[in-house]
Ligand binder design. Structure first.
Ligand code: B1M
Length: 216
């Protein structure tokens, strides 16, 4: 039953059908389907296929934008269901953003949602953020973790720039740096001296907890 819904959701993203994607997630929620399963088994598969079709030249920028719009529209309905309404003690504060020159926001936002759902206070500074903007947000919020996302091979070095800027601002002892995004690897994280790397939004919660010594 859910399998068919996940397939339809995947297809709605591939086709860039925003209204269809919204209608399907509403239907899924009414049927009690797990919102995280809708994301991982439907939407993410769809957007990965869009990326594949873009890289092999079948899709062009308009289709890439449409696919992302369909995914975002569905996520906006699902994400509040993941976060829940109950008040909990704050586990830690995370400044989260996508690095300079990079407009990709979907994965970063999903990481923020999962962190929020698991008791972190998230200060989302958005996309295309310079290292100095991250540093200013860390100083302002007193965050103990900074999370940075990069989706382009051309913006990977911004992650290193961020780590250098944090050290220059004298914040290296106060804040742990967690990085992620499709081209980021554990090896790259080690190479640039990041404190943590996570492969996906669920792993990001475990990594964030570990970085500040919080109980699982
Ligand atoms: Co872009 N794009 N894009 N794009 N786009 C990629 C990344 C690409 C791989 C597509 C491809 O060619 N196959 C390719 C990069 C190639 C490369 O660098 N080697 C690419 C390109 C080339 C471009 C443009 C240059 C295209 C152009 O203009 N010619 C352009 C660049 C714009 C810019 O940023 N300056 C561009 C633009 C766009 C859109 C704006 C149209 C749109 C983004 C819309 C938006 O975000 N609002 C878009 C999209 C949608 C993609 C793909 C298809 C999907 C990205 C996505 O949202 N994935 C992508 C192909 C792909 O990744 N397969 C692609 C779903 C999301 C849930 O996954 O973001 O990986 P992801 O996040 C995951 C994990 O990575 C991890 O957890 C998340 C959730 O599980 N994670 C973290 C992410 N951040 C983390 C942080 C953490 C921890 C884990 O700690 C802090």
């Amino acid at each position: 039953m859910s399998e068919k819904l996940f397939e339809a959701l995947c297809q709605a993203v591939i086709d860039g059908e925003e209204e269809e994607a919204e209608a399907l997630v509403k239907q899924a929620l009414e049927q009690g389907v797990d919102p995280l399963a809708c994301i991982n088994q439907g939407l993410v598969k769809g957007i990965e296929e869009v990326g594949e079709l873009f890289s092999n030249g079948t899709y062009f920028l308009p289709e890439l934008i449409q696919g992302a719009a369909a995914m975002k529209a569905a996520l906006e309905i699902l994400e509040p269901k993941l976060v829940g309404k109950e008040q909990r003690a704050v586990v830690g504060t995370v400044v989260l953003g996508t690095v300079a020159g990079d407009q990709h926001e979907i994965g970063k936002t999903l990481v923020g949602t999962m962190l929020t759902a698991n008791g972190f206070k998230v200060v989302d500074i958005g996309v295309d953020q310079k290292a100095d903007d991250f540093v200013a947000a860390i100083e302002e919020s007193g965050a103990n973790i900074v999370g940075a996302s990069a989706l382009l091979t051309t913006t990977l070095q911004e992650l290193k720039r961020l780590i250098d800027s944090i050290a220059e601002a004298g914040l290296a002892e106060k804040v742990k740096v967690m990085i992620g995004g499709a081209p980021v690897t554990q090896d790259f994280a080690n190479e640039i001296g990041a404190d943590g790397y996570a492969d996906d939004a669920i792993a990001a919660v475990a990594v964030a907890r570990k970085l500040i010594g919080a109980a699982a």
